[in-house]
Design a protein around this ligand. Structure first.
Ligand code: GLC
Length: 429
């Protein structure tokens, strides 16, 4: 009692303004201390090793702006199927360590149908979504809900050695026949070892490459509206025969049936081939100072026959949030940051990927570095899709198995495509 009485009297002696100031300081410290001492939340994501280093400057910037969130990248293999398997097994086993899923456009139906992803439909309004490439946004939807926010788009292109064509007075190819003839011409002159390199390994890249050849021959894989399967139609068989002929004629090395993107890029970058089918990241790498291809490349959509249309396969990567994540709000902050125009611009300028924000295709700084980007937007807007159906992952597996058997001479193109078509029909029934 006595102590309390003494304390009250003592308080009376302190001037009022000082008392208010002391109380304010105590309250402010009380409120902010937990924030200052809180351990940062870690948001983890699995990505391709190739891209992991390319992300570092963006991650550093994110950390500066968001001291309470750390992004942890876990490096995976460069091939899309292998990363997909790692995500899939972690989600199937439960207790996935990944808060974000950095997803290839073709995984969305499978991941969403399995219930592994958070519905992001209410997180981003239509107006903001309309700033992104339409195909990219649509690729993130499943049964009317949005599960993936696009980060970088992708589009399959044909690269050619403009320097070699010019030196021999040749124009870039328009048709499949041109592609073969120019290749053979330059090979016979001893100018180059190989004509055309493409992704022939049994994996997702094979399907992405093949939709372009199908389109060029006026053929199709699966009609997404009617679910009709076109793989055993004569035009589709012609498309397989064309690919096989590139090997038979020695235009493509026989090893092409084991090549993924990076294998083909290395061969091309070492000056061994005149044509390459690949994604736009190759162009940026060719501009680096130590690249023997600097200033020597041309780029155009895939060639086609008069009956077909030039097809550029729509690819691309974006973010979803894992339903099992304990840090969904922090994960969303990361997505918002990566989606920002200034952040994408910086990333594209450094690494030459295709933006998912439409405005960046005509951005003066980007065009100054990559002058073909305004044209690329037109190609992106007319891209061919791999069928965006719920059973995509089984459908692509069927195609890859049978197509690979045809390309490696284990089956005739007719038999392989008949089997692929029938198996696909059974799947879709
Ligand atoms: C690229 C594309 C992706 C595609 C993959 C195939 O990463 O962006 O959509 O599935 O290549 O290898």
């Amino acid at each position: 009692m006595y102590i309390l009485y003494y304390f009250k009297n003592y308080l009376k002696k302190i001037p009022r303004f000082l008392l208010i100031a002391i109380t304010t300081v105590i309250v402010v410290l009380g409120l902010s201390l937990p924030g200052l001492t809180q351990k940062p939340v870690t948001v983890s994501v699995l990505i391709q090793a190739l891209e992991s280093t390319q992300w570092q400057p963006i991650i550093d910037e994110f950390h500066k702006e968001n001291p309470n969130i750390r992004i942890q990248t876990i490096e995976g293999p460069n091939e899309t199927d292998l990363i997909e398997d790692l995500y899939t097994s972690s989600f199937l086993l439960g207790n996935s360590p990944y808060d974000l899923a950095f997803m290839d456009i073709v995984w969305v139906p499978k991941f969403a149908a399995a219930g592994w992803l958070v519905d992001l439909s209410d997180r981003m309004g239509d107006l903001e979504l309309s700033q992104f490439v339409e195909g990219d946004v649509n690729g993130g939807r499943y049964q009317g809900k949005l599960y993936r926010i696009p980060f970088r788009s992708d589009i399959g292109m044909l690269y050619y050695r403009a320097d070699l064509l010019e030196a021999s007075n040749l124009s870039p190819p328009e048709t499949f026949d041109d592609l073969i003839q120019i290749s053979q011409n330059l090979q016979q002159q001893g100018v180059i070892d190989w004509g055309y390199v493409w992704q022939g390994k049994q994996y997702e890249g094979l399907s992405a490459m093949f939709v372009e050849i199908l389109s060029g021959f006026g053929a199709f894989w699966i009609d997404e509206d009617t679910l009709e399967v076109g793989l055993d139609k004569p035009e589709a068989i012609e498309a397989v025969k064309f690919l096989r002929s590139t090997i038979e004629k020695g235009v493509s090395p026989s090893g092409v049936t084991t090549y993924a993107e990076e294998d083909t890029r290395r061969l091309f970058q070492n000056g061994k081939a005149v044509f390459l089918r690949n994604w736009p990241y190759v162009y940026a790498l060719s501009l680096q100072d130590d690249s023997p291809l600097k200033g020597k490349l041309g780029i155009k959509p895939m060639v086609s026959n008069p009956m077909g249309t030039s097809g550029a396969c729509q690819g691309g990567w974006g973010f979803g949030i894992a339903k099992s994540s304990k840090h969904k709000e922090a994960a969303w902050k990361v997505i918002q940051f990566f989606s920002r125009e200034d952040i994408q611009k910086e990333f594209i300028l450094r690494n030459g990927y295709v933006p998912s924000r439409k405005s960046l295709f005509n951005d003066p700084d980007i065009v100054a570095k990559y002058d073909y980007y305004p044209d690329l937007l037109k190609v992106v807007n007319n891209s061919v899709l791999r069928p965006p159906i719920a059973q995509y992952s089984q459908a692509t597996d069927i195609l890859q198995r049978h197509l690979s058997a045809a390309l490696t001479n284990r089956k005739s193109p007719e038999a392989a495509m008949k089997d692929a078509a029938n198996e696909t029909r059974r799947l879709l029934r």
